[in-house]
Design a protein around this ligand. Structure first.
Ligand SMILES: O=P(O)(O)OC[C@H]1O[C@H](O)[C@H](O)[C@@H](O)[C@@H]1O
Length: 542
């Protein structure tokens, strides 16, 4: 007889999901009832769970396995019929989206704090993805949050732990736990989209690549797909074993944190191609030999070359990018005669456009690229799409990007982050910017066309999102954008996005920090960054 148990509990403050779920320090999650309250709030908010199937897994970080055991027992206590859990508790965010869609589950729970460090003193996170496979929209996360504030009990089952390492089906109370291979379905989908024969031939011809899994979730995926199915040489995947603390690293694929990869690609005897992914596998960074491809350029290049890939051979319905992402993709869309949508930051805003068939490719400056194949951004997908393009064009990465700039013009771009600044100072700075009326004024050599706080009306469901970032747009299309990060866990992080359109190929070789120097100064001055935050330099430049 299964012992279903209802446990009395009291609300915890601050269980408001951010841009991508609830993220807190592990020790916060380890408080008795903390994770349980949030999970029960999810189950209470998504409708009747009775008889349904749930997908479950995480990025392998510290507390992943314990959390999975808690959630399995609670799923049984809440009437789920089946939970599909990735072997070893592993499931990348895009693979979760793939599995949710393929098996039409009642959504899924993904345990990850994405690119934030892992370990006993670091971060943990949990998010719910809806049955369409994408992040929960705001109406759902608001309902979950509201529930966390009133919760007084949760349901669980008193049974032993499930062995997460053995594939198979196991009873847990009246529920079935299906421990499945987290790579297989995802790898099958990638083979439908990309020309694996062409990529295999590329590797067979001596093409060399390094993929940095950063000791996070994409290790098993990259090894199986790159070194397995595509027969890339052993050692192509670096840092390929998921570790609970990501090897003390910060699994964020950018020029600062993916330093092993950057050294390899900018050093002597560099390989042809480099790529990295983040904690939960949804972000990507693309490098050529001695060459960095900005995420905004990556989206534009992939869009311009999409028809070289079997899954996109019929062309694109449209492109979508987040507002702070550069307008490079807009130029490709214009040339292709397809729409380009500008959404607020956060992958969830692409969901309605993808579901409605309005956009095929999406991308964000925050190292996110993806398509309508799932409802999440997808790191390895972007890498495979680049490999497909490289296999077909037989040119180095740098040459492809330079040709792209010569054809469309270059949206010179950089992002400056000021991390862990005082929250009150950060909010004051944003309020100051919101209060400015700069239209028609000259800032340095630039004349302001307009400034605003970006607001978005979803063209599919009509929902409105306000206060999504202050933009100052100049007459020549150059712009600076300011917003506060929605994913940080310490103080506030100010992001400043700087963009200038450069049509002249003779200027395309310039280092963006040099080309953008005037705009960078304008941004610092107009926002009073030093006076308000005490910072003279950004902590991260990408
Ligand atoms: O709010 P930020 O720290 O700038 O992060 C923004 C990013 O956060 C997460 O990674 C979301 O999944 C992305 O869609 C978003 O672009």
């Amino acid at each position: 007889m299964t012992a279903f148990t209802t446990i009395q509990t009291r609300p915890f403050d601050g269980q408001k999901p951010g841009t991508s779920g609830l993220r807190k320090k592990v020790r916060v999650f380890q408080q008795p009832g903390y994770l349980e309250n949030f999970v029960q709030a999810i189950f209470d908010s998504i409708g009747d769970c009775t008889g349904k199937t749930l997908a479950l897994g995480g990025d392998g970080r510290f507390f992943n396995r314990e959390a999975i055991q808690i959630i399995l027992k609670m799923a049984a206590g809440n009437g789920f019929a089946r939970v599909m859990v990735g072997q070893g508790g592993i499931l990348s965010t895009p693979a979760a989206s793939c599995v949710i869609r393929k098996y039409q589950t009642f959504g899924g729970i993904i345990l990850s704090a994405s690119h934030n460090p892992g370990g006993a003193d670091e971060d943990f996170g949990i998010k719910y993805n809806i049955p369409a496979g994408g992040p929960a929209p705001e109406a759902v996360t608001e309902a979950i949050y509201a529930r966390t504030q009133q919760i007084d009990e949760y349901h669980t089952t008193q049974v032993g732990d499930v062995d997460l390492d053995q594939l198979g089906e196991y009873p847990l109370g009246d529920m079935v736990v299906q421990v499945f291979d987290p790579v297989a379905d995802y790898a099958a989908l990638m083979q439908e989209l990309f020309d694996f024969d062409a990529i295999r031939a590329l590797f067979a011809g001596g093409f060399r690549m390094k993929f940095d899994a950063m000791h996070a979730v994409t290790g098993p995926y990259a090894k199986a797909i790159l070194e397995g199915l595509l027969a890339a040489p052993a050692g192509t995947v670096m840092n390929g074993t998921p570790l609970e603390d990501f090897g003390h690293g910060h699994p964020d694929p950018n020029l600062v944190h993916a330093h092993d990869l950057v050294e390899a690609l900018f050093g002597a005897d560099a390989p042809d191609f480099g790529a990295a992914s983040d904690g939960d596998g949804d972000r990507n960074m693309i490098l050529g030999r001695g060459f960095y491809v900005t995420p905004s350029d990556s989206l534009a290049v992939l869009a311009a070359n999409a028809t070289l890939c079997p899954g996109y051979a019929k062309g694109l319905a449209g492109i979508a990018r987040s507002m702070p992402t550069s307008a490079a993709a807009d130029r490709v869309a214009a040339a292709l005669g397809i729409p380009c949508y500008e959404t607020p930051t956060g992958w969830k805003f692409f969901g309605t456009l993808l579901d409605a068939g309005k956009a095929t490719l999406c991308g964000e400056e925050s190292f996110g690229t993806g398509s309508d194949h799932v409802r999440e951004k997808d790191g390895l997908w972007a890498v495979l799409m680049w490999l497909n393009v490289l296999a077909k064009r037989q040119q180095p990465v740098a040459e492809i990007v330079r040709e792209h700039w010569a054809k469309y013009g270059r949206n010179v771009y950089s992002r400056h982050d000021y991390e862990a600044i005082d929250s009150a100072a950060a909010n004051g700075l944003m309020e100051h910017l919101r209060g400015l009326d700069l239209k028609g004024q000259s800032l340095g050599a630039y004349k302001v066309a307009f400034n605003d706080d970006f607001a978005y009306t979803d063209p599919v469901d009509g929902s409105v999102s306000t206060k999504q970032g202050v933009r100052i747009v100049f007459d020549d299309g150059s712009r600076v954008v300011f917003r506060l990060s929605g994913t940080g866990t310490e103080g506030a992080t100010l992001r400043v996005y700087i963009e200038q359109f450069q049509p002249d190929p003779a200027q395309h070789h310039l280092d963006p920090q040099v080309a953008l120097a005037d705009l960078i100064k304008i941004a610092r001055d107009v926002a009073q960054i030093e006076a308000r935050t005490g910072r003279t330099e950004p902590t991260v430049i990408t």
